[in-house]
Design a protein around this ligand. Structure first.
Ligand code: GLN
Length: 193
């Protein structure tokens, strides 16, 4: 049996593609907890914000009283991996929307940036030291501007699709929908450091 890694990663599970992230964590031998209520935010070493529908997720975070505690935890250094709708929740500013949600990642994001109909595609691209990563985009956002102290990890067709700012990693695409676990492994290393 594979060794378990001694840490607990929360996966926000109010809506969207959270099960796929859990399966990858399971494969990597990491315990995870589905976060559906604010009490479950205690005792986690990191959190994954999955893809789905950011407007719905944002409303639920507010209705469940989670927006404020989660925002504070991320500001205080909780490692976070945000994919697609999760990136939208995390970004400081939405270019084509007046709302923002957690707003801790100093980037400007354009929602449904590739158009609604033809907005889903797959490609392979380097993400810094992670070479040739399979990237799945589904009605994806991309980043139109990032602060100087944000590290751009990947750019596809001149659009920023992956960034890191200290404890926060934001991706336009869905690594959990592939069987390539390298991004999750990198996140686990961040959460264990
Ligand atoms: N278009 C969705 C949104 O705006 C994000 C899509 C996704 O997470 N796959 O929330």
């Amino acid at each position: 049996m594979k060794n378990r890694i001694d840490m607990r990663i929360g996966v926000l599970a109010v809506q969207g593609a959270f099960i796929e992230h859990e399966k990858i964590l399971e494969k990597l031998g990491v315990d995870c907890v589905e976060i559906r209520q604010k009490e479950q935010l205690e005792n986690i070493d990191g959190i994954i914000l999955p893809g789905g529908e950011s407007t719905v997720q944002g409303k639920l975070l507010r209705a469940l009283g989670m927006l404020e505690p989660l925002t504070e935890m991320i500001k205080n250094g909780l490692p976070v991996l945000a994919t697609c709708a999760g990136l939208i929740l995390l970004s400081e500013q939405l270019e084509n929307d007046t709302t923002s949600h957690i707003a801790t990642l100093p980037v400007v994001v354009r929602r449904n940036a590739y158009g609604r109909q033809l907005g889903s595609f797959n490609t392979r691209h380097d993400m810094k030291d992670i070479k040739d990563f399979p990237m799945v985009f589904i009605r994806a956002p991309y980043i139109v501007a990032a602060s100087d102290d944000t590290d751009v990890l990947a750019t596809v067709d001149d659009h920023i699709v992956a960034v890191r700012h200290n404890n926060q990693i934001g991706l336009s695409f869905h690594p959990e929908l592939t069987d390539d676990t390298r991004i999750h492994e990198q996140f686990i290393r961040l959460a264990s450091s």
